[in-house]
Design a protein around this ligand. Structure first.
Ligand code: PGA
Length: 252
């Protein structure tokens, strides 16, 4: 059985004082979340705060990006080794915002994935189609191509225990959640890609997940949890999303 995983992606939000309140509220509610793994991927400056407040709790933390280089003259970059210093468990790689705004290619994303793995962290590899791609019937082809560079490098067996996040770009931050049939189709197709290790790969759904829809989304076959943006910024709402994962456990 794959453990359900819910990861908050704070993006460029947060502040020391507000985070402290958030963490207190979240920690007060985690006993409701037995059986589900919960993580928070926060901006780099707050990693130390996560480490000091969450170490020893059932919550894990991580980053939203990592350099594809180990060290050197890369002004403004943060290496996988630096993230490991803060005991990051997860690193998001290939988020559509990084691909679209910062021009990250599948090659760069694959490099970042490998660096995170080599430093002992778990990369969360994001894939997903734009609305234009979906409307022109290219969804599955786009996703297969986003996975293909890494697949060529590590082979199917390199994905044993991996975490993939399917995030339709048109559903991110729009309030427009993908329909169950759409999610089911894409998640099944992604799982198929991983052949002999498919059963070990966790495939998260991301895109306007909220407390009100999380149970239904996380109950869809092949959905192993979620990557949550806006709804991870308010503790009560995020706890609600995570409770949806607990409720989904009873469905399956
Ligand atoms: P959203 O973002 O939940 O606000 O749609 C998801 C994401 O970008 O990971």
């Amino acid at each position: 059985m794959r453990t359900k995983l819910v990861v908050g992606n704070w993006k460029m939000h947060g502040g020391l004082r507000a985070n402290a309140v958030f963490l207190e509220q979240l920690l007060a509610g985690v006993d409701r979340l037995d059986g589900v793994e919960v993580g928070l991927c926060v901006p780099f400056p707050y990693l130390q705060q996560m480490q000091s407040k969450l170490a020893g709790s059932q919550l894990v933390w991580g980053a939203q990006n990592v350099s594809e280089h180990d060290s050197g003259a890369y002004t403004g970059e943060v290496s996988a080794g630096m993230l490991a210093d803060f005991e990051c468990c997860y690193v998001i790689v290939g988020h559509s915002e990084r691909r679209a705004i910062f021009g990250e290619t599948d090659e760069v994303v694959a490099d970042k994935y490998m660096k995170a793995l080599a430093a002992g962290m778990r990369p969360i590899l994001c894939v997903g189609e734009t609305l234009v791609e979906r409307e022109s019937g290219k969804t599955l082809a786009v996703i297969e191509s986003q996975l293909s560079v890494l697949l060529e490098r590590v082979g199917v067996s390199g994905f044993a225990g991996a975490v993939i996040a399917y995030e339709p770009v048109w559903a991110i931050g729009t309030g427009r959640t993908a329909m169950a049939e759409q999610v089911e189709e894409v998640h099944a197709a992604i799982r198929k890609v991983f052949g002999s290790v498919a059963a070990t790969v966790r495939i998260l759904y991301g895109g306007s997940v909220k407390a009100v829809n999380s149970k239904d989304l996380f109950s869809i076959p092949n959905v192993d949890g979620g990557l949550v943006g806006g709804a991870s910024l308010v503790a009560e709402e995020f706890l609600g999303v995570c409770s949806g994962a607990v409720a989904a456990l009873r469905v399956s």
